[in-house]
Ligand binder design. Structure first.
Ligand SMILES: Nc1ncnc2c1ncn2[C@@H]1O[C@H](COP(=O)(O)OP(=O)(O)OP(=O)(O)O)[C@@H](O)[C@H]1O
Length: 276
């Protein structure tokens, strides 16, 4: 794990990313639902190949941050810079094409489609054949199909899932469906991968395997990963920088060791001790 180093005015990033511009900068980001500030004054910088964690008690605003980054919600205030580019007027699809992919807390696969087709659907934004090539199955179509098939198999093999390519996605065991969601997100060629509770519902050996894969994804694809997770062993083991939210506010940022020793974080999770 690379040492985290401070960047003036930007927080901390891994030392190996110090000379590269950050992949993500959130500046004074906020959103209100009615009177409730679900996220307020959110500032965060993520290094180009950082594995970052976003944690906090239930209802703290973590998924709302992901929804802001992916433009499911438009922020009430603040700025999101993706690779230095302001995403202010972008749609979810545009943000995805610009480099952000995500998985969801509740799995959202096309359960009736095959495993391979789930991955290929995600590659759609990279297909170039025109409608007529598709309708009449012209050579251009078959060429792109072959490229898509090869790429899908390559991505599936990353999780050792190539033999499941023709299985119906809905028939896979739960852990495999979660892995397929990650493969599908990778198929869009992201530079920032957002994982919302990737270990939810996994058994300990699946979680350990996932930890390895999260590091492998970063090393193989050279991308940044930001994850929301309640499993603290996963967070503390794989994340380099951690941001803690409580009631929509950032209450701490730091390395796993700093976060674990931070009294404000401990209080947010365990509740304030009553005075004797
Ligand atoms: N579309 C919405 N309309 C109104 N309130 C919302 C909406 N989305 C989220 N909220 C509220 O914003 C707050 C933050 O919710 P969010 O789902 O982001 O929390 P979370 O940290 O992801 O929680 P959990 O760990 O339980 O998933 C909550 O009070 C929630 O009720």
């Amino acid at each position: 794990m690379s040492k985290m180093v401070p960047v003036p005015g930007r927080g901390i990033v891994p030392e190996r990313d110090i000379d590269k511009s950050p992949i993500l900068e959130c500046i004074d980001l906020g959103i209100k639902f009615g009177g409730l500030a679900a996220v307020d004054n959110f500032n965060l910088t993520i290094g180009r190949t950082e594995i970052a964690g976003l944690i906090g008690p239930n209802g703290a605003g973590k998924t709302t941050v992901f929804n802001l980054l992916t433009k499911v919600y438009q922020p009430t205030r603040g700025t999101i810079l993706l690779d230095g580019m302001d995403t202010n007027n972008m749609t979810t699809a545009q943000v995805n094409r610009s480099g952000i992919a995500r998985t969801f807390q509740n799995i959202r696969l096309f359960t009736a489609l095959s495993v391979e087709d789930n991955v290929k659907v995600a590659m759609n934004n990279q297909m170039h054949y025109n409608m007529w090539s598709g309708v009449f199955r012209l050579p251009g179509y078959w060429k792109e199909e072959k490229v898509a098939h090869d790429r899908a198999m390559e991505l599936l093999s990353f999780f050792d899932m190539q033999d499941l390519a023709s299985a119906r996605a809905g028939s896979l065991p739960y852990g495999a469906q979660r892995r397929l969601e990650i493969v599908r997100a990778l198929a869009t060629n992201p530079s920032l991968l957002l994982l919302d509770e990737p270990a939810a519902g996994m058994n300990p050996s699946e979680t350990a395997d996932l930890m390895e894969h999260i590091r492998m994804i970063r090393d193989t694809f050279n991308i940044a990963i930001m994850l929301i997770e309640h499993d603290m062993s996963l967070v503390m083991n794989v994340c380099e920088g951690i941001c803690v939210l409580n009631f929509g506010h950032v209450i701490a940022k730091g390395t796993p060791a700093e976060i674990q020793a931070n009294p404000t974080v401990i209080e947010a999770y365990l509740g304030k001790k009553k005075e004797a």
